[in-house]
Ligand binder design. Structure first.
Ligand SMILES: Nc1ncnc2c1ncn2[C@@H]1O[C@H](COP(=O)(O)OP(=O)(O)OP(=O)(O)O)[C@@H](O)[C@H]1O
Ligand SMILES: [Mg+2]
Length: 275
């Protein structure tokens, strides 16, 4: 097991693993996804015919100005929210055609989630927070505890397993949420501003952990972020504006210093570090 993850964040360039992804199976295939929110008389078209493909083992960033539809896209692709039009398949199965129950079950078994605000239960210890989803999906308590502790060890928090979230730092809490997201060995992890509440050093620790999980275990990540530190380690950056994907950059393009070009394509606010 790897235990010293938090102390020495070593961020490498994503192009190192670029070759492997091309033959990898498609995990997410979205075609023409549209979604409108109605609040009273006002209609907000949050997604306009969004299409994208994500391969297993990819680490993808989604960027764009506040309100452009990033969270809505994440929620629709992960089945947390419904969309109005379009087709979506995850691991070859159509989420749209699943019943609510089947979709919820699929999500619990095959997806992990990391949000900006940690979403840990304050009365439970780190280990209990991580094992909860296993217990809910019927794993026996002893086995759930064994897997929970193994995952906490992976994120460098074994010594903190019996502490409650209130006794942990922001970075430690976010590492607990990563452990919780990954304990089921999901096909894909969705993260919405995972470093949004963290300082630069702590963000770097969480980021290098995600990168290690991606490189060593081939874990697929889709990360909504305003943080250029995050997008810099992703294989691909998808730029959104006004509910649409307006362009994307590969790791190679990023490495070649085309961030400025991408930011221009995405509009003046796209490269900003805060909402
Ligand atoms: N539940 C909702 N009801 C009504 N409108 C919504 C709802 N959620 C989002 N919207 C609207 O849809 C649009 C896209 O919102 P979304 O939260 O996806 O943006 P975002 O890109 O994630 O922004 P941020 O960077 O600020 O998190 C916005 O105009 C927002 O006001
Ligand atoms: Mg958002």
């Amino acid at each position: 097991m790897h235990s010293s993850t938090s102390t020495s964040p070593s961020i490498t360039t994503p192009s190192q693993v670029a070759g492997r992804r091309e033959e990898a199976p498609v995990i997410v295939q979205a075609q023409g996804i549209s979604k409108t929110y109605y609040t009273g008389a006002v209609a907000v078209q949050a997604l306009r015919e969004v299409s994208l493909t994500i391969h297993a083992g990819e680490m993808v960033a989604v960027m764009g100005p506040s309100g452009c539809g990033k969270t809505t896209l994440l929620n629709c692709l992960s089945g947390l929210d419904r969309f109005d039009r379009g087709e979506l398949s995850i691991e070859g199965a159509s989420l749209r055609r699943m019943s609510d129950r089947a979709r919820t079950d699929y999500r619990a078994r095959r997806m992990g989630f990391v949000f900006q605000t940690f979403n840990l239960l304050p009365v439970l210890t780190a280990a209990e927070n991580v094992e909860l989803s296993l217990l809910v999906s019927g794993v026996r308590p002893k086995e759930a505890r064994r897997r929970s502790l193994a995952m906490l060890e992976q994120v460098g928090l074994l010594d903190w397993a019996h502490h409650r979230p209130g006794e942990l730092s922001g970075g430690q809490r976010q590492r607990v949420t990563l452990a919780r997201a990954l304990v089921n060995d999901p096909a894909i992890v969705w993260a919405d501003e995972p470093t949004g509440n963290l300082d630069v050093v702590t963000s770097g620790e969480v980021l290098s952990l995600m990168q290690r999980l991606n490189q060593e275990q081939g874990q697929t990540f889709v990360i909504v972020t305003h943080d250029p530190q995050v997008s810099a380690v992703c294989h691909r950056v998808i730029h959104m504006r006004d509910g649409e994907i307006i362009g994307e950059q590969t790791a190679e393009e990023q490495a070649a210093g085309e961030q400025d070009a991408g930011a221009k394509r995405a509009g003046p606010e796209a490269g900003e570090a805060g909402a």
